[in-house]
Write a protein that binds this ligand. Structure first.
Ligand code: MF3
Ligand code: CO
Ligand code: CO
Length: 268
């Protein structure tokens, strides 16, 4: 038995929820996922300069698609569970899974662009918010505080903490500002597939949930709402998730490697 296996056995005996061993990546796998992360980051950087008033969300989709293909990768969302486009573009009251379309961005919009890149069979997943033209202070605050929520979640992703520690850190800051949290969608293991265990809920209690072990790779991707946490699905094949009250939602996402020396962001 390895040191890690012995430690997990001990934690399990203490009643902790420990990860299955296949959630822990090998050094070789980590290096490949790191490369997928670099390509994913380059795609997010590219569209930062491109997004402005009048740009259609399907133009962003095309740009990312062509770029990732040109670099030898594949936009992994395309065809995932029948998803029709290469990326997700979630504008204003769309919480997640917004489908790129002929919608032209207008001044005041906030948009999340979420990209998952497959490179040589390995996956990385990240998203950023972009503010279009002049946005209200209310919208900018939501975007900036959601980013800080993500950062606090990442800081909580220390080895031998739990997914509940991440949720507790994210939700404490969101609630302090009167925001609500999407709980039914959240972070996830990633690397050998788009979505792996464990599920990472962005609201939680310290010490609860799955123990974080060095070598695990997860996303932290809080979706924070200005108003209600209630939501509904609509659009093509019910992919798009909207806030029930039509108020704004924001999200930031990174792919994180758990190490003995703290969380390492693989998509930055
Ligand atoms: N990138 C999304 C996530 O963060 C997954 C999108 S799946 C899709 O988990 F099919 F909607 F594209
Ligand atoms: Co994700
Ligand atoms: Co994503």
């Amino acid at each position: 038995m390895t040191d890690i296996q012995a430690k997990l056995k001990e934690l399990q005996a203490q009643g902790k929820e420990v990860p299955a061993l296949d959630m822990i990546k090998t050094p070789e796998q980590i290096e490949k996922i790191r490369l997928a992360g670099k390509l994913n980051t380059a795609a997010l950087d590219l569209i930062g300069k491109f997004i402005k008033v009048g740009v259609k969300t399907e133009d962003i989709d095309r740009k990312v698609h062509d770029f990732i293909i040109s670099q030898g990768g594949r936009p992994a969302d395309l065809g995932y569970d029948g998803y029709p486009k290469s990326i997700c573009t979630s504008v204003n009251d769309v919480i997640c899974h917004g489908i790129p379309s002929a919608y032209a961005l207008k001044s005041g919009d906030i948009i999340n662009v979420d990209i998952t890149t497959e490179l040589n069979g390995y996956y990385a997943d990240a998203s950023r918010m972009y503010m279009v033209g002049r946005v209200s202070k209310q919208a900018a605050d939501l975007v900036n505080i959601t980013r800080e929520c993500m950062r606090r979640g990442i800081q909580a992703a220390q080895a031998w903490n739990t997914t509940g520690d991440i949720g507790a850190a994210v939700s404490a800051l969101a609630h302090k500002h009167g925001y609500s949290i999407m709980k039914e969608y959240g972070g996830h293991g990633v690397g050998l597939a788009i979505h792996e265990d464990p599920f990472v809920c962005h609201e939680g209690k310290k010490g609860e949930g799955t123990v974080l072990v060095p070598g695990m790779i997860i996303t932290i991707e809080p979706m924070i709402n200005e108003g209600t946490d209630k939501w509904y699905e609509a659009g093509q094949d019910n992919w798009e998730v909207f806030t029930a009250d039509g108020k704004l939602s924001a999200q930031w996402e990174n792919t994180i490697l758990i190490t003995e020396h703290g969380p390492e962001i693989l998509t930055e």
